[in-house]
Design a protein around this ligand. Structure first.
Ligand SMILES: Cc1cc2nc3c(=O)[nH]c(=O)nc-3n(C[C@H](O)[C@H](O)[C@H](O)COP(=O)(O)OP(=O)(O)OC[C@H]3O[C@@H](n4cnc5c(N)ncnc54)[C@H](O)[C@@H]3O)c2cc1C
Length: 394
């Protein structure tokens, strides 16, 4: 037996690093274990940027998590003298068209507007003519409308993970990188975690293993599906000023004639770095081990022709770089943040479905509260796992 802790966090990506930091901040004796050395490029938390927004179209119950995360990311920036959150403004484009893509949930655009109104989030509704005059980079149709949110922007996921782990260590947390959790057991007095290097005891265990979840908890494998996603950076060097931060907002576009929309970012890596754009793909499930990590020329050409050129005529077909990343998706595209069924010691934390990062800082705080006091300051009951277990039985 190597050692005892109050809480062990397994998986130190977006969710685990936020949780470890919040636990350490509370003076709780904590061990974080990861099979790699985060931040890394094998899971769900890489690719330079993540969209953040405050009026949440996936449901207005997410907005308190987003608002609290803005505060924590700003706190982290001031503690570490880093830049984690950049406000660029955010444009969500939709239309009445029956063929417009959906974003995670039906009614995303309407829900966004309702959340903005409910929480007093500064926004504007733009018609096609206004979008064309303010954002001529976007080739919008006459029947398209825009929701513009002033405080939306992007986060730097790798830096956020790095700094939260670094602060957690400064505050006394222990981190074991390159160590794999093989299995764990709950007893009357605590939890025992077995890895490839040792055995540890704790009062609580947090499982934030992202796309490895179906392997780590095989009995929940049918609840979480893992999908390959590709991020592309296309050349905009000839028209960089159009795509530069300050000129170009983050965007989500429910494009017509396609099941899945597009989203993207300003060219944050300078004139030669390209602008990042992606769609979503739910065609076949993968595992972190089996997934194809290379992006083929055919994929890149198809992406440019179908999802870039028609919408951003000033972008160039040259692909500067691409990356493969993994979504861990539930049937309702919502999160799971809950005790493992019939446990009061093991918390399962799976907030992905493609939209979790913006909430990660507050989710870490909620988990630290849940494991230390049994309660959370933000209501997370919508993320209970039983909704999915009941659904999969019917
Ligand atoms: C392409 C893409 C685009 C996205 N865009 C956005 C966006 O714009 N806005 C937004 O808010 N969200 C977005 N998301 C979602 C967001 O990035 C995820 O919600 C978030 O990164 C999930 O983090 P995680 O901690 O759950 O997983 P990960 O960061 O993958 O962390 C899991 C960790 O567990 C470790 N691990 C696994 N198994 C074991 C084991 N047995 N023992 C020890 N360690 C283990 C892994 O090494 C890994 O470090 C996007 C996701 C993707 C993939």
């Amino acid at each position: 037996m190597n050692s005892s802790y109050n809480t062990i966090v397994v998986g130190l990506g977006a969710m685990g690093s936020a949780t470890l930091y919040q636990l350490a901040k509370r003076g709780i004796k904590t061990l974080g274990i990861d099979l790699l050395s985060p931040p890394h490029t094998s899971g769900s938390t890489h690719g330079d940027t993540r969209i953040t927004r405050q009026a949440i179209g996936e449901g207005d119950h997410y907005t308190p998590l987003s608002l609290r995360s803005y505060e924590i990311f700003r706190e982290l920036e001031s503690k570490t003298n880093s830049k984690l959150l950049e406000v660029t403004g955010g444009l969500i484009i939709s239309s009445e068209s029956k063929t417009a893509s959906i974003n995670h949930v039906p009614g995303f655009f309407e829900n966004t507007l309702a959340a903005a109104q409910k929480y007093g989030i500064r926004h504007e509704i733009l018609g096609a003519r206004e979008m064309r005059s303010r954002f001529p980079q976007f080739n919008v149709d006459d029947d398209e409308i825009g929701y513009y949110e002033f405080e939306a922007g992007f986060l730097r996921p790798e830096e956020a993970v790095h700094w939260q782990l670094s602060l957690a260590q400064e505050l006394g947390a222990t981190i074991h990188a390159h160590e794999t959790v093989k299995y764990f057991e709950e007893t009357a007095t605590g939890v025992t975690v077995h890895t490839d290097k040792g055995t540890y005891k704790a009062e609580h265990l947090v499982l934030s293993v992202g796309p490895w979840l179906p392997q780590v908890i095989s009995e929940l494998g049918s609840v979480f599906k893992v999908y390959r996603q590709v991020l592309y950076w296309f050349d905009v060097s000839a028209s960089f000023s159009d795509f530069a931060p300050g000129k170009f907002p983050i965007f989500i576009w429910q494009v017509k004639g396609s099941e899945n929309g597009i989203y993207g970012f300003p060219a944050v890596n300078g004139a030669s770095g390209g602008f990042k754009i992606a769609t979503e793909d739910y065609t076949s499930t993968v595992t972190p081990e089996s997934v194809e990590r290379n992006v083929s020329t055919e994929e890149t050409v198809a992406m440019f022709e179908s999802k870039v050129a028609p919408f951003f005529p000033r972008a160039n077909a040259k692909c500067i770089k691409s990356a493969v990343c993994l979504y861990t998706v539930t049937a309702d595209s919502a999160f799971v943040i809950d005790w493992l069924p019939s446990s009061k010691r093991i918390v399962l934390c799976s907030p992905c479905s493609g939209h979790g990062f913006k909430h990660s800082a507050a989710i870490g705080e909620c988990i630290a509260q849940l494991t230390s006091t049994g309660e959370t300051s933000i209501d997370i009951t919508a993320f209970r796992i039983d909704r999915l277990l009941h659904k999969s039985q019917t």
